[in-house]
Write a protein that binds this ligand. Sequence first.
Ligand SMILES: Cc1cc2nc3c(=O)[nH]c(=O)nc-3n(C[C@H](O)[C@H](O)[C@H](O)COP(=O)(O)OP(=O)(O)OC[C@H]3O[C@@H](n4cnc5c(N)ncnc54)[C@H](O)[C@@H]3O)c2cc1C
Length: 405
Amino acid sequence: MTDSNPKLDKFRAETKAWLDENFPKSLNGKASEISHGKNNSGKLNKDNESWRKNLATQGWGAPTWPVAYGGAGLSQKQAQIINEEMAQIGAFNPIPTLAGMGVTMVGPTILEYGTESQKRRHLPMMASGENFWCLGYSEPGAGSDLASLSTKAEDKGDHWLINGQKVWTSGADIAQWCGALVRTDPSAKKRNGISFVMFPMDQPGIRTRPLKLITGDSPFCEMFFDDAKADKDELLGDLNDGWSLGKRLLQHERQSQTGEGGPASGGEFLGDIAKRYVGTTEDGILEDADLRMRLVNHLMDEQAHKLTISRIMAEAKGNVEVTAVASILKNSATDVAQSRTELLVELMGSQGLGWEGNEYSQDELTSVRMWLGVKAMSIYGGSYEVQKNIISKNILGLPETTQKG
Ligand SMILES: Cc1cc2nc3c(=O)[nH]c(=O)nc-3n(C[C@H](O)[C@H](O)[C@H](O)COP(=O)(O)OP(=O)(O)OC[C@H]3O[C@@H](n4cnc5c(N)ncnc54)[C@H](O)[C@@H]3O)c2cc1C
């Protein structure tokens, strides 16, 4: 339990009152309605749209950002209180989802590296959930070895001219803006000739083609640049310094993926679901001893992951710096999410393998898709193995053995 703090207690009471007045009761527990495709206000239903607007006006879409850039200038602790109070009443902040890679990744990087005019131009539209951002890093020949990327941007005086191809770009087909790593000096060593540029997606030089995931969804795309343009002042950070900035952005990405157990967390307690499907002994404990053991192991891992996050927060006194530690948390969040969904479909038996049809409940159908969906967690944001490389080099101090260049 946290120590009592009169200022924070007052803030909590005000938050409760504000939520009580502004959160539409019809949206209780419906965070999952905000997903891929509902990226701009036009596609949200009336209650969702009014909730988005109210949150944006309050600056709570990105509460720790300065007020001048669409945030509320709050501390991490205050932001945490908002989350806690929202969770209490089934409320949620849809804005990070509506902004794609904006609030969680590109935004924090603009805050750190951007010019004043870039901050004023881009951050408020992210913090209100009106602009959806995609992120163009991976290419057909550059995934884990990202520095091999070959999409190039040429300096044409008043703009950058972009040619090449990206792949696996989440939300490219619905995004208003893209932040991308591009090669600006082909003659430099591969990590030295890269820059980060930002450009609008609605232009003739950009074509996107959705790719299908194993879950049946198409949340990501191939993206082709054929003389696409970026304004001259849309270069983020210094020319040819995109590698260090790009790595920083990835830390923000991993940090955003470390939330307690990842996308598959939350919902009904796994032990209760297991008892319902597998049955109990006369003493009321789960019938299957082997499953019981694995379930307990999973629950302990989940608890250890949550406690590690709490410890890091406490050590940082609520102001968590994004560092290589994000790689540890990203991998433990992946382990927890994948083991939860594995157990979930296993304990449901044949009911946990349905794809469609009236014989399956909505929860069962969702569980199968989640089980398949979280497999991607060990790939996106840098693969599981690549996180291990980062941990061994940047945290354990072991020598680098791969990806030289
Ligand atoms: C759902 C999803 C969404 C994504 N969204 C985006 C996005 O929005 N923008 C974007 O730019 N990218 C996105 N990606 C791409 C993602 O970042 C890459 O898939 C990832 O970086 C791995 O690259 P790759 O697929 O080329 O695999 P590869 O790099 O070819 O890796 C293949 C395998 O080899 C292993 N491997 C490679 N190098 C090493 C090494 N040095 N040491 C140990 N093992 C190694 C990897 O761990 C992996 O298992 C997304 C991917 C997914 C699945």
